[in-house]
Design a protein around this ligand. Structure first.
Ligand code: HEM
Length: 160
């Protein structure tokens, strides 16, 4: 199935914007720095909510209030990651096509995004008395596993 995406990767590899980034010595590191800064904003918000759902810290704050207040940081962090990630990808699309780190990252990224806007949002927006601690723990652990998986895949791209 992965082979059927090859034309898409070849098309991206020839894209003007990707060539411009690849041929400019400072462009990739600058975009990757923004990629990582957005990561800290998105991950920071998600980890704070997950720890709170596990009863670890910020106990005076109801999870639903914390989740609603941190949602813009999660969402804009993710939008920035997707945009900068795509730019990085176009500069080395064919490298990513044969890269197991990239394949693993994309395989985890899509379920992580669906999970983030469905089960995670539904459970974190529940009132305290309507969310059993075990459910909070399970959702928090799944959230941490998925997003650390994406991060590890992203880091691995430069090494595998
Ligand atoms: C929103 C979720 C995302 C997360 C959490 C994430 C995480 C990461 C991390 C941790 C790195 C490593 C940075 C480093 O080496 O210092 C990275 C690099 C990278 N990411 Fe992402 N990323 C995300 C989305 C994307 C998307 C959507 C794409 C492409 C479509 C992408 C493509 C890349 C590429 C090409 C690199 C550079 C790899 C290299 O060093 O050559 N990322 N990402």
């Amino acid at each position: 199935m992965w082979q059927s995406f090859k034309p898409f990767f070849e098309w991206n590899d020839k894209m003007f914007i990707g060539r411009a980034i690849a041929d400019t010595i400072w462009a990739f590191p600058v975009i990757e720095t923004i990629h990582i800064l957005a990561l800290t904003m998105m991950f920071g918000a998600i980890v704070i909510i997950d720890l709170r759902m596990m009863g670890l810290g910020l106990k005076k704050q109801p999870v639903a209030v914390l989740a609603k207040n941190l949602e813009p940081y999660m969402t804009w962090g993710m939008v920035t990651m997707l945009a900068t990630g795509y730019l990085l990808f176009t500069s080395e699309a064919m490298k990513c096509f044969v890269n197991d780190g990239f394949k693993f990252k994309m395989a985890v990224l899509f379920p992580a995004i669906v999970f983030q806007f469905t089960l995670f949002r539904w459970v974190t927006h529940k009132d305290e008395d309507k969310r059993p601690l075990l459910l909070g723990w399970l959702v928090a652990l799944l959230s941490l596993t998925l997003w650390f998986g994406v991060g590890i895949g992203g880091r691995a791209i430069g090494f595998v």
